[in-house]
Structures are given as structure tokens and as C-alpha cells.
Design a protein around this ligand. Structure first.
Ligand code: CTP
Length: 155
């Protein structure tokens, strides 16, 4: 979107583009950005997009996104593209896919699930549907959808 850029290009860092409109704050939450870290962050919400009707964009200077963070982002923003910027140029563009297994990132909502009762157990969910997102706990088969994933991320 060259015309009507509302924030400038960044020199070095990461641009998370094509976030479904309204989800930028959840992306910041996943990245643990509260705003008091001192790094420069730009948040663009509800702008027009060629590929989607409207989208959000998050630009973070001097930071690369870890694989686990990227996986969590896809769960709430499957359309997101992660652009790595070096010296003002896009040197990497990644469209991350929803993983087949989600390990250690989400809680099983079933209180009697082993993952909530054994300190050593790590939660594992298998993706049974990508659109809409539906995950099933490998231990107790409890299913969680997009709403629960968003709720856990935002809580
Ligand atoms: N961007 C930025 N700073 C730069 C370079 C790019 O903030 N130095 C941003 C752009 O504004 C855009 C995103 O990074 O939001 C991706 O840039 P680019 O690949 O140039 O844009 P498009 O071709 O529109 O991307 P796509 O093909 O993924 O839609």
C-alpha cells in the first residue's frame, strides 16, 4: 500500500502484515509487547487491503519473531505474513501455516485433563480443522475453537 501509508517504512525489524482487522492487539500480546520496553512499535488498524477487505499491521523495530511466536500468531491470524526488514528492504517474507500439532502453548480447558494435574505434562493439541480453527487435546480429546484460543491469549 504505497498510497496513503499512515506509518513510515522501518529500517530494520519485522512487519507482520495481513492480520485480520481487529487482531493487532492480540498479536502484540503474543509477542509480549506492552509498550514499556522502549522499542519502536507501530500499530495500524482497519486499513484497506488488496487481498482482504481490511487488515491490521504491526511493525516492530530491531526484533525478529521466534518460531513459537509465529505459530501462535497463525492460530489467531492465519492470513498473516511475516516480513523481515533489513536496511529498508524486505529480505524475507513468510506466510506461516497453521501447525498440525500445537505443543506447550495452550491450556486444556478440562480441569481433570492430565496436563492440568501433572506438572511435567506438556499440553499437546492436534489441529483437526484449520478454517475455522479447531484443536483437540491429545490426552482427553477436549476440543477448543478460535474463541477459546483468543480468550487464552488475551487473558
Ligand atoms: N514495510 C515496512 N518497511 C520497509 C519495507 C516494508 O514497513 N522498509 C512494510 C510494507 O509497508 C508492507 C510490508 O512491510 O506493509 C510488506 O512490504 P512489501 O513486501 O513491500 O509489500 P507488498 O508487496 O504489498 O506485500 P505483500 O505482497 O505481502 O502484500
Amino acid at each position: 500500500m504505497e498510497n496513503g501509508l499512515i506509518v513510515s517504512k522501518i529500517k530494520n525489524g519485522t512487519v507482520i502484515d495481513h492480520i485480520p482487522a481487529g487482531r493487532a492487539l492480540a498479536v502484540l500480546k503474543i509477542l509480549g509487547i506492552k509498550g514499556n520496553e522502549g522499542s519502536r512499535v507501530a500499530l495500524v488498524m482497519n486499513v484497506e487491503s488488496k487481498k482482504m477487505k481490511t487488515k491490521d499491521i504491526v511493525k516492530i523495530e530491531e526484533r525478529e519473531i521466534k518460531e513459537k511466536e509465529a505459530e501462535l500468531i497463525t492460530l489467531i491470524a492465519p492470513s498473516a505474513t511475516i516480513n523481515i526488514i533489513k536496511n529498508y528492504e524486505v529480505v524475507g517474507k513468510r506466510k506461516i501455516g497453521i501447525p498440525d500439532k500445537v505443543k506447550g502453548l495452550l491450556r486444556c480447558p478440562n480441569p481433570s485433563c492430565i496436563t492440568n494435574n501433572d506438572v511435567e505434562a506438556i499440553s499437546i493439541f492436534t489441529t483437526i480443522s484449520k478454517n475455522p480453527i479447531l484443536l483437540r487435546c491429545d490426552y482427553c480429546e477436549t476440543q477448543i475453537g478460535e474463541e477459546e484460543v483468543l480468550r487464552q491469549i488475551l487473558s
